[in-house]
Design a protein around this ligand. Structure first.
Ligand code: SF4
Length: 211
């Protein structure tokens, strides 16, 4: 069985591969490939987002880098000593993550930020392999319901037993899954997720990592 956590040449989702080709024609300088996980490969803290954003990770090649969704995330990572800087500008800047890694449930840019079920399922094998590599007593932070359900699926758990809820913690054996609303522009602009709420999530993650 393939144990890879990522394949830069993967084109298993025809709709997404075709969309990346179209976007590359429109924006030749954009990265437009599956976006690799970023951060400390030995860490016990894995953050799972949804998918690359058009002008963010899809442009720069690093998760949550270069668009609005990453602003609050990297501020929090810095505030809680997981990141060397409070912003992520480009894949070749000198930002370092310590005891933390970031990945996406779907590694390729989906049209309208909306992957279909078959695409989430196709990419789930990479996430499953990534979760299997986590050390004992790890903490997984799921940003949004799709990421939450992708983690449950990747661990072969029953969705009905673990419902997404902001700030909920689910004991999944080797890992504890912590849920948060996604730090998207929509959620932060509407104050569904405020800075204070997100800081509370990171404080909760720190506490879980110490227990
Ligand atoms: S979303 Fe995942 S499975 Fe689908 S083409 Fe991209 S890397 Fe491959």
């Amino acid at each position: 069985m393939d144990k890879s956590v990522f394949d830069q040449n993967c084109r298993n989702c025809p709709r997404l591969a075709g969309f990346l080709d179209e976007v590359k024609d429109r924006y030749p300088d954009y990265y437009c490939r599956p976006v690799p996980p970023f951060g400390d490969e030995t860490s016990r803290f894995l953050i799972v987002g949804l998918a690359p954003g058009m002008h963010g990770a899809n442009r720069t090649g690093r998760p949550f880098t270069g668009d609005h969704a990453g602003i609050l995330l990297y501020q929090m990572l810095h505030k809680f000593d997981f990141a060397s800087h409070g912003e992520s500008v480009a894949a070749d800047d000198d930002l370092l993550l310590t005891n933390c890694r970031i990945t996406n449930a779907v590694k390729c840019l989906p049209p309208d930020n909306n992957p279909v079920g078959a695409e989430i399922n196709a990419c789930n094998a990479y996430l499953a392999n990534e979760l299997q590599l986590l050390p004992k007593s790890s903490v997984v932070l799921a940003l949004g319901g799709i990421a939450h359900r992708a983690v449950i699926k990747a661990l072969a758990m029953r969705q009905a037993d673990y419902k997404f809820a902001h700030a909920a913690v689910h004991d999944l054996g080797n890992v504890r899954l912590l849920d948060s609303y996604h730090c998207s522009r929509y959620n932060t602009n509407t104050r569904r997720l405020t800075s204070e709420m997100f800081a509370d999530i990171f404080a909760q993650a720190r506490t879980l990592l110490q227990s």
